[in-house]
Design a protein around this ligand. Structure first.
Ligand code: T4K
Length: 403
């Protein structure tokens, strides 16, 4: 039973609709026995990290699954982005979207590379190739595209811009594991691609990530940089860091891999349930996935058009949902360019990010994954429908000054 009267909304003091929090990014856990078996094995072997057998097995399996020559498992995607940018020799300026998790920008800024923020296409939420060339300067050395929500950026356009201007092209594919472009798995495009296997990703290794590439020399360099620059037992040939994936993370990743099809099936089912449940709610539009491609359906993203939602803007909707224990998120509000240090370092940037500035005000992510059931999705959708249908009264009452 959904809320019937606005007095029954938790923002007005009534009990929350859901007794327990429904989170975005709840981890998918595969077969526990399988994981525990691997962990026991690892403990018996006393090989816990530093390119152990689970990491080697994982790298081989992922490279085969993605159809790439090299997969280098890493401790997380942020360090993987840093190492890849460095191994590619990026310096000066690199063009990236502002509409991304701040790790994309930090990975560059951390090594004194200036992230130059480019606007996005409002339909795809991905970097808009038509706005890139204006941002290229003599200092530009690369383009870093992000496959936001696992929806692939316009790879072909980015590739031709990169070729024309002799720039390196890398992708932050943190969201795009098991997604495809023209039928080819993400992982083999550009000079290199970087995945995240963080707990919140549909395929997780607790913390973790990977770099994939078809470039043998680059792969070798990344392997060395991942391990302090070592090229032998006591020979260091490059500056390096500690980007290694531990065996326990690889054990989790191998276990997740066994349930990959199930995770995708659940996400897809949830996506279709949301699509059905949200249908016809004025001003609530869910992003679409291209069914001709492979998708992981990990993100249920809605856009709120407050001109049509009876005065319910995105932030008020999020507040009401939170009060009902639906812990929706506002990724990637307010955009990297509005976060420090970028806001202070590049104060004029917002002037050129017209679409990004609007997008960050209308996007919400809703809970999905193996932890969310069909009934819960139906209830969340009914709640949103109720909120929008009664939007004028709710917003009037919410904004009424207290006496
Ligand atoms: N590039 C892109 C485009 C990315 O989205 C990310 C990461 C990266 C690069 C960097 O990847 P990594 O270096 O992390 O491998 C979370 C994740 O920590 C982050 O990995 C992810 N993107 C980002 C979109 O989301 P926060 O700060 O929002 O996390 P937090 O703690 O608020 O948790 C998010 C949600 O997940 C909450 O609803 C709670 C839930 N949760 C989280 C964890 C860790 C759980 O239910 N259980 C858990 O164990 O960044």
């Amino acid at each position: 039973m959904s809320k019937q009267k606005i007095e029954e909304l938790a923002i007005f003091g009534a009990p929350s609709f859901f007794s327990e929090n429904l989170y975005v990014g709840r981890p998918n856990i595969g077969n526990r026995e399988s994981l525990l078996f691997r962990i026991n094995d690892m403990l018996d072997r006393r090989w816990l990290t530093n390119n152990g057998p689970f990491v080697e097995e994982l790298e081989k399996k992922l490279a085969a699954f993605l159809g790439v020559r090299h997969c280098i498992a890493m401790c997380n995607a942020t360090v993987a982005l840093e190492v890849t940018a460095r191994a590619l020799g990026l310096h000066g300026e690199v063009i990236i979207p502002s509409f991304t998790f701040v790790a994309t920008a930090h990975a560059l800024q951390w090594q004194a590379i200036t992230p130059v923020f480019c606007d996005v296409d409002p339909l795809t939420h991905n970097i808009d190739p038509s706005k890139i060339e204006n941002l290229i300067t003599p200092r530009t050395t690369g383009i870093l595209g992000v496959h936001v929500w696992g929806r692939v950026c316009d790879i072909d356009a980015l590739r031709s811009i990169a070729q024309k201007h002799h720039l390196k092209l890398m992708f932050d594919a943190a969201h795009a594991f098991a997604c495809s472009h023209h039928g080819q798995m993400i992982g083999g495009f550009g000079n290199a691609e970087v995945f995240s296997f963080h707990a919140t990703k549909f395929f997780n290794s607790f913390e973790g990530g990977a770099v994939t590439t078809n470039d043998d020399t680059l792969a070798q360099k990344i392997r060395e940089m991942r391990n302090f620059g070592f090229a032998g037992l006591d020979t260091v040939i490059n500056v390096g860091t500690n980007g290694k994936m531990s065996e326990v993370s690889a054990a989790m990743a191998l276990t997740s891999l066994e349930s990959l099809d199930e995770f995708i099936a659940v996400n897809k089912k949830n996506y279709l349930e949301y699509q059905k449940g949200l249908l016809g709610i004025p001003g609530i539009n869910m992003i679409a996935y291209d069914f001709a491609e492979k998708n992981n359906f990990q993100y249920i993203v809605i856009e709120v058009d407050e001109n049509v939602t009876n005065n319910i803007n995105r932030d008020l909707l999020v507040k009401i949902l939170h009060a009902e224990n639906v812990l929706a998120r506002r990724y990637f509000y307010p955009g990297c360019h509005q976060m420090e240090p970028y806001r202070a370092l590049y104060p004029q940037t917002d002037l050129s990010l017209f679409e990004t500035e609007k997008l960050v005000l209308r996007v919400i992510q809703l809970p999905t994954g193996t932890n969310v059931g069909k009934q819960e999705i139906a209830d969340i959708c009914e709640l949103i429908r109720f909120i929008v249908n009664n939007g004028r009264e709710i917003s009037k009452r919410y904004n009424r000054p207290l006496v």
